[in-house]
Design a protein around this ligand. Structure first.
Ligand SMILES: NC(=O)c1ccc[n+]([C@@H]2O[C@H](COP(=O)([O-])OP(=O)(O)OC[C@H]3O[C@@H](n4cnc5c(N)ncnc54)[C@H](O)[C@@H]3O)[C@@H](O)[C@H]2O)c1
Length: 283
């Protein structure tokens, strides 16, 4: 049964989650810190829905009804009335802690509190709340309207009912879930993609092959839909840098040490598609 959802953070992931939830009949509030960020998030939803209309897989009435189910606000208090809250702010423990402290104060006792973190252990995020049993990882994939997977992550204190509610929510949004039962940094998917991406960047920065050829190797040699460096550009160079840094800090495993090239690209503002330049250039 569709309910009420607040998505905290209207960036790439927040807008995508808002879109699929509204498409499934949920009343959605998107919250970000600035009106500009909300305008960008809403525009991203409109663009994405209009693409489905052009492809003929969505009617314009359905697009309009979906958009009408999404409201935006800079006021986190709007989360007070929500059944489910999904946090999709920057991949920073400090920023997520600030959001979860506020959510703990604002949200109703029965609310499901989910985080879309790519790599930070759920237990760490939940620890700043008085209700860690209600906190769970719902790791959606980008682009959310296209990608079928939702990786559910159980923190040390996540309750059985919370995990089941998270599964019901993700399945209502049309996703297939996997469950990560031990709360390790990077879970299953970010561990796997980081191992590949870090090695691809090391090959690139040491001049072994071009970005195009590394990506072609993975697409044509291994049947990947997208090469690892194009994946970094899509995900966000900063997001991948933060995720690998989290896994390295937690495990000490040098395999995940963020390559210097990744750090310099972030310093230079080359964040991938969202900034127009990463391993490739975008119009
Ligand atoms: N990019 C991906 O492919 C991907 C995939 C899976 C998971 N994730 C995870 O999802 C989360 C969001 O990633 P993204 O790519 O959407 O990032 P993004 O940079 O596109 O968007 C983050 C948004 O959060 C907003 N924000 C920051 N602090 C806030 C606050 N206190 N309250 C409300 N909004 C706030 C920012 O203004 C920005 O609009 C991260 O934890 C990331 O690791 C990303």
């Amino acid at each position: 049964m569709p309910g009420t959802l607040t998505v905290v953070g209207a960036g790439l992931m927040g807008a995508g989650i808002a879109q699929v939830a509204a498409g499934a009949g949920w009343q959605v509030t998107m919250r970000d810190v600035t009106p500009d960020a909300l305008v960008r998030g809403q525009a991203a939803v409109e663009r994405s829905l209009s693409r489905f209309v052009r492809k003929g897989t969505l009617s314009s009435d359905e697009r309009d009804a979906t958009l009408a189910r999404i409201t935006t606000t800079t006021d986190l208090d709007a989360a007070a009335a929500s059944d489910v809250v999904v946090e999709a702010v920057f991949e920073s423990l400090a920023v997520k802690h600030a959001v979860f402290r506020d959510l703990d104060r604002i949200c109703s006792p029965g609310a499901l509190l989910a985080t879309n973190t790519s790599a930070i252990p759920i237990t760490k995020i939940a620890a700043v709340t008085e209700r860690p049993e209600s906190v769970v990882g719902t790791h959606f994939f980008s682009p959310v309207p296209m990608m079928m997977l939702c990786e559910l992550v159980r923190g040390h204190k996540t309750g059985d009912e919370t995990l089941q509610r998270a599964r019901d929510f993700a399945e209502e949004l049309g996703k297939t879930c996997i469950v990560v039962t031990r709360d390790v940094a990077g879970f299953v998917t970010t561990r796997l993609v980081s191992a590949l991406v870090v090695e691809a960047i090391r090959l690139h920065e040491s001049g072994v092959a071009s970005a195009e050829d590394i990506d072609t190797a993975c697409r044509l040699g291994f049947g990947h839909v997208m090469g690892p460096l194009a994946t970094v550009d899509l995900t966000g160079v900063d997001v991948l840098r933060d995720a690998t840094a989290t896994i390295y800090a937690e495990t000490g495993d040098p395999k995940f040490f963020p390559p210097e090239e990744l750090a310099r690209m972030v310093d230079a503002g080359d964040l991938g598609r969202k900034s127009g330049r990463g391993f490739y250039r975008y119009e």
